[in-house]
Design a protein around this ligand. Structure first.
Ligand SMILES: Nc1nc2c(c(=O)[nH]1)N[C@H]1C(S)=C(S)[C@@H](COP(=O)(O)OP(=O)(O)OC[C@H]3O[C@@H](n4cnc5c(=O)[nH]c(N)nc54)[C@H](O)[C@@H]3O)O[C@H]1N2
Ligand SMILES: Nc1nc2c(c(=O)[nH]1)N[C@H]1C(S)=C(S)[C@@H](COP(=O)(O)OP(=O)(O)OC[C@H]3O[C@@H](n4cnc5c(=O)[nH]c(N)nc54)[C@H](O)[C@@H]3O)O[C@H]1N2
Ligand SMILES: [Mo]
Length: 659
């Protein structure tokens, strides 16, 4: 759907010139790029003088090209000394990043898409792959149709999604009980002596504590908490035991949880203890959502990271990056910067002089929107780099910069299987729109860092960034725009001198993990459950996700007739039991309240959602004719390690709308 309609998304409603207003209750006036840069230089200098580097923050996006990401990070972390660069990937895959790093010693999904053809058990947990990764899903389904007995699909999701429809087994667990379920599988595998003790002894550490933990998670206890039948749990454990290759796929149902990182470890524990990793068809495979969230990880696009899977807090990492960037020692601050919710809190305190939002629409996609809006309104300068006009975030911006988007600028993106693609420019940007990397580079030069920010093209930016990955887990040093253009997309690691087509299909074939001991870590963590569990006042769990046709906050898809026909409005999915007990009719309007806000939305009564749980799409923001603003209801509480907010669950109550 997205590929078929992308041509229709590129033209409508574009921002074509920089726009400025002193106060957000005034209309915007078009200004020149020169004026925009002068304004930025002046305000950045003033903020530095008053508040220091900590007063500056950028909130970027997995929709940046790697070159865009790299330039923004070099400017903020290197030239300006502030690590407050975070990205919407914080809301998306930061639990997967932290989970891989803790269990395996480094970020980096170890699997590849060919594994979809080679696995005989595929566990799809917290992912509606059919609607959100339809191309991968079609690959699985084609195989399932051809060889129904060679492939088992198990889906873990509180909703009966299109993905679940294709499954051999659907475990409709209670939201927030994934880790309990995973421990329950571990318990049964242990009991059935299905663990690979030789592999555990040779390649892992921490087994004893995990075994002790798994013993506590008896099937009955697990099934009571998860709300599933014991026979189903036993079936899954049996299939895991019988499978020669198990592939686990996950996305937001796992990551967007206050224990997302522990749940990722829970998945990896099962793969390690059964030696289902580092070989064909097997492994823990996180599906990234945005086109280039993976590239963002490689170039250090979160507040705690530096390029090449390096860390701000590591003194050697800082020295290497400072040298490569051409800044004096000590230029990069030693403490991780503010993650995006911390940026919101900083604005509430008046601690940010500049909040620069680029390629994301936080006034729809962040939790607790009323608080985000109020915080942004307190910030003296909100800058927005956007492709489209009049987004919800533009409503709180002072300066809007017109951005070139996909098809209008050249650069690379990396997908879930570590494959780097050159996206060529094949159209002119509209009006005065510019590539994000070029905007950050010009600002760098105008701030006086002429040597560090002079580039002839994005190919030169890429050349500089790949050198910084040499010898790292995510080694891209053999890649260039030229090579990618001639030979097509390539998987990393791709060290200097690698022949095209000879990047690594899989990681950890030798089972040497990049931890200090070379062993992977088994992590024994007790489940915490939801941060905001249902209670007498708010008895239902609201979960929020996606529709097949729409893309996020709809800035792209809002004018595509085919998509609108398919999904004309947001619908609240309610189980018939809950509808009855709340007096709700199918097709009537309901009032949904959480501790933070109240919204109105049309009801769709459906057996496909678990009793006790309701579902809303994330897409409809305040600027839509039928706003729904699901995220006004959501809370900000986050995983303590990854700082990823629990965007999949908030306690709500329902009532019919009385008109
Ligand atoms: N059509 C479309 N495709 C997209 C996008 C889009 O906007 N539209 N966005 C892209 C992006 S950035 C991302 S991150 C991906 C997201 O891809 P997905 O993660 O597949 O999408 P979601 O619908 O957010 O959530 C997946 C499922 O998690 C379930 N879930 C909720 N709570 C729980 C829980 O506690 N446990 C479990 N096991 N499951 C739970 C929901 O019911 C939902 O079906 O999609 C990408 N692809
Ligand atoms: N409750 C709940 N909330 C969620 C989620 C959920 O599942 N549940 N999912 C979360 C996840 S996983 C994600 S990824 C986020 C997504 O949320 P957002 O990032 O806010 O969503 P988008 O609509 O993709 O916003 C990207 C914006 O960048 C603009 N843009 C596109 N290309 C370019 C470019 O090249 N340069 C610039 N400067 N701008 C460009 C687009 O026009 C668009 O307005 O939402 C998060 N919020
Ligand atoms: Mo995402």
């Amino acid at each position: 759907m997205k590929g078929a309609t992308v041509g229709e998304t590129l033209h409508h409603n574009r921002v074509t010139t920089p726009l400025w207003r002193e106060r957000i209750n005034q209309p915007f006036t078009p200004i020149s790029w020169d004026q925009a840069f002068e304004l930025l230089v002046e305000r950045i200098r003033a903020t530095l003088a008053e508040q220091g580097p900590a007063g500056l923050a950028i909130y970027g996006s997995g929709q940046f090209l790697s070159e865009d990401y790299y330039m923004a990070n070099k400017l903020l972390k290197g030239a300006l000394g502030s690590n407050n660069f975070d990205a919407n990937s914080r809301l998306c895959m930061s639990s997967a990043v932290a989970g891989y790093a803790r269990s395996l010693g480094s970020d980096g999904p170890p699997c590849c898409y060919d594994d979809l053809d080679l696995a005989d058990l595929v566990l799809l947990i917290g992912t509606n792959t059919a609607e959100c990764h339809p191309v991968l899903f079609q690959r699985l389904i084609k195989r399932k149709r051809k060889q129904p007995d060679d492939l088992r699909l198990v889906v873990v999701d509180p909703r009966a999604t299109a993905t679940a429809d294709a499954a051999d087994l659907h475990l409709a667990i209670r939201p927030g009980t994934d880790l309990v379920l995973l421990h329950g599988i571990g318990h049964l595998l242990l009991e059935q002596q299905a663990l690979d003790q030789a592999f555990i002894a040779e390649h892992t550490e921490g087994y004893d504590a995990l075994e002790a933990l798994w013993r506590q998670w008896t099937p009955q206890r697990v099934c009571d908490l998860c709300g599933i039948a014991e026979a189903d749990l036993r079936q899954l454990a049996q299939w895991w035991q019988q499978a020669s290759a198990v592939l686990s796929l996950w996305s937001m149902g796992v990551n967007q949880s206050r224990e997302g990182t522990a749940t990722v470890a829970g998945i990896i524990n099962l793969h390690l203890t059964t030696a289902q990793i580092g070989r064909c068809g097997a492994g823990p495979f996180s599906l990234t959502g945005q086109p280039n969230a993976m590239g963002g990880r490689e170039v250090g696009g979160l507040a705690q990271l530096l390029p090449g899977y390096r860390f701000v807090a590591n003194p050697e990492d800082r020295v290497e990056v400072e040298r490569h960037w051409g800044f004096p020692p000590g230029s990069i601050a030693p403490k991780p910067g503010l993650a995006v919710w911390e940026q919101i809190e900083a604005m509430e305190r008046g601690d940010l002089g500049l909040w620069w939002v680029a390629a994301t629409n936080p006034l729809v996609s962040m939790p607790w929107l009323d608080r985000v809006r109020a915080a942004a309104e307190r910030c003296p300068l909100v800058v927005l780099s956007e492709a489209y006009a009049c987004t919800e975030t533009a409503a709180v911006a002072h300066l809007v910069l017109p951005a070139a988007q996909w098809s209008e600028k050249a650069g690379v993106m990396t997908n879930s299987e570590r494959r780097v693609t050159l996206c060529s420019a094949f159209r002119e940007p509209p009006g005065q729109a510019r590539a994000d990397w070029a905007i950050f580079a010009e600002l760098g030069r105008r701030l006086g860092f002429v040597d560090q920010f002079s580039y002839g093209s994005s190919a030169e930016v890429f050349e500089e960034l790949v050198r910084l990955t040499a010898g790292r887990v995510c080694d891209l040093s053999g890649l260039s725009h030229d090579l990618l253009g001639k030979h097509g997309p390539q998987q990393w690691p791709f060290p200097m001198g690698t022949a095209p087509g000879h990047g690594a299909a899989r990681l950890y074939g030798d089972h040497r993990y990049p931890t200090p001991t070379g062993r992977a870590r088994l992590l024994a963590e007790q489940p915490l459950g939801l941060a905001e569990p249902p209670c007498d006042n708010y008895p239902l769990v609201l979960t929020v996700g996606r529709y097949l046709g729409h893309w996020h906050t709809m800035t792209r898809t809002v004018h595509v007739a085919r998509v609108l026909k398919q999904h004309p409005e947001p619908l609240l999915e309610v189980n018939p039991r809950d509808a009855q007990s709340h007096g709700l009719q199918d097709g009537a309007m309901a009032v949904v309240s959480s501790r933070r806000a109240v919204i109105q939305v049309r009801v769709q009564i459906s057996e496909r959602i678990r009793p006790g749980t309701v579902f809303l799409p994330m897409h409809w923001g305040a600027s839509q004719p039928q706003p729904c603003e699901a995220n006004r209801l959501m809370h900000e509480q986050a995983d303590a390690i990854s700082k990823q907010p629990e965007l999949k669950a908030a306690a709500v109550r329902l009532a019919p709308l009385i008109t």
